[in-house]
Design a protein. Structure first.
Lengths: 735, 371
């Protein structure tokens, strides 16, 4: 009523008389006028400005029909609106003009349709328009149009605080049947925890009993449930689509066009905010323990501790972006079921920061339960029945563990049991993946928990399992070493790790565990190679492992060097493929670098590499040099020493040369190739001629050029080729 | 066989929890590692070789009728229960039972009419839920109080004034739970590992999912294993001189084609006599020990005795029918004190020995805990 009074006032007088209007709109009007004046000077009576002035000043009751001024000005405004969009001031004026019905209801929809904001929509204008809505002479269709417009431009409204302040006022419109769907949508966008009240819940439930299951009511109510599960509960069947309909059709294309022209500085509001329900309903099955629980907020809040209830907490369900997560990091409320965190990538980010031990325990209970039920307790072969689901579940778990860069204790505990009953083929990649994530096991337990079951599996399974297990153990070792290197950086090497970790493990305890693991793999590898006839695939995985082992000191700062057993060394040295020999050479080279470095630091840092280790290394180095370089196979003092008569009996001529770089089965083809290139004219091939000083160094160059860098590094670091390269000498000893 | 092990092997404990409590802030790896430092030495056998107690106290009649409300007791006794195990309940408060009643009834209403929201505080027309404490049904101080849940409903076409009838009931209990395990849980958790339910399957599912959502726990089926069934037989038979078991009935399934089901009923006196002989045989050698020691020994039953009892029963059967029962599996046992099925259904007919049975079942449930 008051507003009407104001409108009937003289058009060129103050648009507001002090008593009538809210402070905010008055001040906005004043600033409008100031802006108008300034513009008037600059733009010298821009017709668009004049048009706006017309609409802000036009007297109430001015007829529309036959009024050319209105038509002309309207067209002007429409032109600007559809081409550039309207400025906030223009929006305010036009919205005020339309909703106040100063020229009746006819123009109202037309004005609303052209309210295309160029940048933002002033909140005050929207609030004022809502006030007009309450005055109540606007036809229902226009009311709907207005709310649809608000929904469309919702994200462009410059602030929402005042709109939230009139939540109750807006809420009162839900009882109007035609408006209800749109009002519900708007309320959905405005609802905060404090807006959820018992009386509102009751009102909505009353409407529900009148209107039946309406998606818009359900959507709003389910949001209420998120905030206050102690007030309202509901279960939404999967067939009901819980998304608000798209109401923004009239403005959509115009808005997109305007935004495109402006390089779209305003956030696009085209997609309506709505509950995200992309959850595909899992098909009904008897055992549903592998289904991730849905994110839900906690019901029994009163039972929680004081500090959390006094703080404003944000349920995790309400967060939809990483930015929101960061913003609310300090006041996030954990969901009712911790298992639900695994289902959302955003929640996983948060899980990484969760320090609450109870929360992690809850997660572990759930996870352990699911794993046990699926793989250990299911007597009826449940695991094989729904292996697709199990596969997905484990993959999810694996990707979570990779994301967090460590395993869960419940999956670890599960694995220790499961390894005893596993056939080695069910979901092999996943199980091995989980296994590689287990943290350091103390050396006193490692045999029983890990080695015994793995040994059985290893010796009774296929080559591919053996390779897989080698890879898994290599990954496990890598993770242990990485873990150590991260935490050893913080402590002196000497201090036990427990000052930072509650894995109560001293450095020597950690070393023992690593040593046990490396020794175990050494044993597996030796026997495995024998069993599989030194299969080069298996050998390759084993060499992968030793590439990790040889660098423990330099790469991971662990003062421990373990030399491979003969069962691995010789198969690699005598392998028929050059790659394996090359990798062995590289590994030996790295051993040497590590040992040299350790030796030089031994005195300043209190650790000790045993003499035995140096002895073993030197022995291998001598064997390699003698074998590949000096053609002195089977010399006394080397590891392999078959009887003289046995060697003669083998009828191999010049057996002592049979594993040098020329005659080694892995390199023979290179030697032949080299020979042909070097002496293209020669009919009879004499590989021994490569042994001469010049061709020998050419031959080495030739080999190195084929990409055998390991060999190159080994040769360069171990063999000093003094005068005659052909007579190169083993000079490797660094005791 | 491994008597000396029992205190260690029976524990389902992963004592990392104990350790966690003392550390407020620690590197994540630690609390995700299932081998806490403390557990590294003694307790990890639990990880791989958990098994039932190999020795337990002989059942003593409890005057439970004096402690427990008669109406609740009647309900517990007259019904056959389907068992489940439950992981510890997070933030469960025995003081909030009223509010739980409201929440659960609203939850059931909402689930029953999918797509209709339901006010939690409002009165529910179709289903009424009541949570109640079963006071007095605990044995040790560590045990959380038993909770009884009952659901009442009116039949669809009932008259207006007709009272609601109980349609479903269930309880959560913990009797003589392993104190180490219970003690290792943080304070936010209440451990009531044994869940019994009776009533429509649909309601059971709803109640379970409400518990899951409210207290972040998990329910899994609890079978009564072969060994547990044998234990129950022995424990029940052992009561015969105080309370007649009337008969000892076993149902076996033998892996023949077609499968052969054997119902084997033994006269109570014969069973008692056989039990006495295996008991005596056990103590025969060491006879004449100190009186106190003997009383102590008398009150405990060893797995070996149970095994001998079973062997006695089996060989008796073999003599008559040339059928070796040990090749089959024991599916069901029953006496006048109660009946138990492998599928996890149990009926405790006499309240005097209820505690003993529930202790055994609590132990079974704790063995199923994932951590």
């Amino acid at each position: 009523m008051a507003a009407k009074l104001n409108l009937s006032g003289p058009p060129d007088s103050d648009t507001s008389s002090p008593n009538d209007q809210s402070v905010s709109s008055r001040s906005s009007n004043r600033s409008l006028r100031v802006a108008d004046k300034a513009r008037r000077k600059n733009e010298a009576e821009d017709p668009f400005v004049l048009a706006l002035k017309y609409f802000s000043d036009v007297e109430a009751g001015t007829p529309v029909y036959g009024n050319d001024d209105v038509e002309r000005n309207m067209v002007l405004v429409e032109k600007v609106a559809y081409s550039k969009g309207l400025s906030p001031e223009a929006i305010s004026i036009m919205l005020e003009f339309a909703m106040s019905l100063r020229m009746g209801t006819i123009l109202c929809p037309r004005v609303l349709k052209c309210l295309i904001p160029a940048a933002v929509v002033p909140q005050e204008a929207v609030v004022r328009a809502f006030v007009w809505l309450g005055v109540g002479k606007i036809p229902v269709s226009t009311q709907i149009l207005f709310i649809k417009w608000v929904l469309t431009v919702f994200d462009m409204i410059d602030a929402k605080d005042q709109l939230r302040a009139i939540y109750g006022f807006i809420f009162s419109f839900v009882t109007e049947e035609n408006l209800c769907p749109f009002i519900c949508h708007l309320l959905y966008l405005l609802t905060r925890k404090e807006s959820v009240r018992v009386f509102r819940v009751r009102k909505l439930l009353e409407l529900q009993s009148k209107l039946g299951r309406q998606p818009f009511l359900l959507n709003l109510l389910s949001l209420y449930k998120v905030f206050c599960p102690d007030l309202v509960t509901l279960s939404i069947p999967s067939r009901i689509k819980s998304v608000f309909r798209n109401h923004n059709m009239p403005w959509r294309s115009a808005l997109i066009a305007v935004q495109k022209r402006d390089g779209s500085q305003a956030a696009s509001s085209i997609s309506p905010a709505s509950t995200i329900k992309d959850k595909t309903n899992p098909r009904k099955r008897k055992h549903c323990h592998l289904v991730l629980p849905a994110l839900c907020s906690v019901v029994n809040k009163e039972a929680q501790t004081e500090p959390s209830s006094s703080r404003k907490v944000v349920p995790l369900v309400q967060l939809h972006s990483f930015a929101q997560l960061l913003e609310n990091m300090h006041r996030i409320e954990l969901p009712a079921q911790m298992g639900s965190l695994l289902g959302s990538s955003l929640a996983l980010q948060y899980l990484d920061c969760v320090q609450d031990e109870s929360a992690l325990l809850r997660l572990n209970f759930w996870l352990g339960y699911a794993l046990h039920e699926e793989f250990l307790f299911c007597g009826d072969g449940g695991a094989s029945q729904n292996s697709e689901e199990a596969l997905q579940f484990l993959n999810k778990l694996l990707s979570t563990q990779h994301f967090l860069q460590e395993g869960f204790s419940s999956s670890e505990a599960f694995l220790y049991k499961f390894l005893n009953v596993w056939d080695g083929s069910l979901l092999r990649p996943q199980i091995l993946g989980l296994l590689s994530n287990i943290p350091v096991i103390p050396s006193s337990q490692i045999r029983r928990l890990l080695f015994e079951p793995l040994m059985q599996l290893f010796f009774t399974s296929s080559l591919f399992f053996k390779c897989g297990l080698m890879e898994c153990l290599n990954n496990m070792l890598l993770k242990w070493l990485t873990w150590h290197s991260v935490y050893a950086l913080e402590d002196d090497l000497d201090i036990s790790l427990n000052s930072h970790t509650s894995i109560n493990m001293t450095l020597s305890g950690f070393k023992d565990s690593v040593m046990e693991l490396v020794d175990f793999v050494g044993r597996l590898a030796s026997v495995g190679l024998q069993l599989e006839g030194c299969h080069s695939l298996l050998l390759s995985f084993i060499l992968d492992f030793y590439e990790t082992v040889c660098d423990t000191f330099l790469k991971y700062g662990l003062p421990l060097v373990v030399i491979p057993p003969t069962g691995v060394f010789y198969p690699a040295l005598f392998a028929s493929d050059p790659v394996s020999v090359d990798r062995l050479a590289y590994i030996m080279y790295r051993y040497k670098v590590n040992l040299t470095s350790a030796k030089s630091q031994e005195t300043e840092q209190a650790f000790h590499i045993s003499r035995q280790t140096f002895r073993e290394f030197n022995h291998y180095a001598v064997v390699m040099v003698n074998c590949l370089w000096n053609s002195k196979m089977f010399q006394p003092g080397m590891g392999i020493q078959p009887g003289e008569e046995l060697l003669l009996k083998s009828n191999v001529p010049q057996y002592w040369m049979s594993f040098d770089l020329i005659h080694h089965p892995a390199f023979m083809s290179y030697a032949v190739d080299f020979h042909q290139k070097c002496w293209p004219g020669r009919k009879d091939m004499d590989l021994n001629s490569i042994k001469h000083s010049k061709p020998w160094s050419w031959y080495l160059e030739y080999l190195f050029s084929q990409g055998y860098d390991g060999l190159k590094q080994f040769v360069q670091s171990n063999i000093s080729r003094q005068k005659a390269a052909g007579d190169g000498q083993g000079n490797s000893l660094s005791t | 066989m491994e008597k000396h092990h029992n205190s260690v092997t029976r524990t389902p404990l992963n004592s990392v929890v104990v350790q966690r409590r003392s550390k407020s802030k620690s590197y994540r790896l630690s609390y995700r590692s299932c081998l806490g430092a403390a557990s590294r030495l003694g307790l990890t056998p639990a990880l791989t070789a958990r098994r039932l107690n190999t020795s337990r106290r002989a059942p003593k009649p409890h005057n439970i009728t004096e402690k427990v409300d008669a109406e609740q007791l009647t309900l517990l006794v007259k019904t056959e229960w389907q068992l489940s195990y439950v992981t510890p309940l997070y933030q469960f408060r025995h003081t909030q039972l009223k509010s739980y009643s409201r929440q659960l009834s609203a939850f059931i209403a909402a689930e029953k009419q999918q797509g209709m929201a339901v006010e939690v505080e409002g009165p529910q027309k179709t289903f009424r839920v009541s949570f109640s404490l079963v006071q007095g049904l605990t044995e040790s101080d560590d045990d959380a109080e038993t909770v009884l849940v009952q659901i009442y409903s009116k039949p669809l076409f009932a008259r207006q004034d007709e009272p609601q009838k109980p349609v479903w009931s269930g309880w959560l209990t913990c009797i003589n739970g392993n104190p180490e395990y219970l003690g290792s849980l943080p304070k936010d958790f209440i451990c009531l590992p044994l869940f019994g339910s009776s009533g429509a399957e649909g309601l059971t599912t709803l109640v379970k999912s409400w518990f899951q959502q409210s207290f972040d726990c998990c329910f899994g089926p609890l079978e009564i294993s072969h060994t547990s069934l044998q234990w129950l037989m022995a424990l029940w038979t052992n009561c015969h001189n105080e309370y007649s078991i009337q008969h000892l009935k076993m149902i076996w399934t033998l892996p023949a084609v077609p499968p052969l089901q054997v119902t084997y009923t033994v006269n109570s006196e014969d069973a008692w006599e056989l039990w006495g002989s295996v008991r005596k045989g056990n103590r025969g050698g060491g006879g004449g020990g100190g009186g106190g020691e003997e009383a102590e020994e008398e009150s405990s039953i060893d797995i070996e005795e149970v095994r001998r009892f079973m062997q006695g029963l089996q060989s008796h059967f073999y003599r008559h029918f040339r059928l070796d029962l040990s090749a089959g599996s024991l599916n069901q046992v029953s006496t006048a004190l109660g009946s138990a099925k492998y599928s996890g259904r149990i009926k405790i007919s006499n309240s005097r020995y209820m505690i003993t049975t529930l202790t055994l079942l609590t132990e079974c449930a704790l063995l199923k805990m994932p951590i």
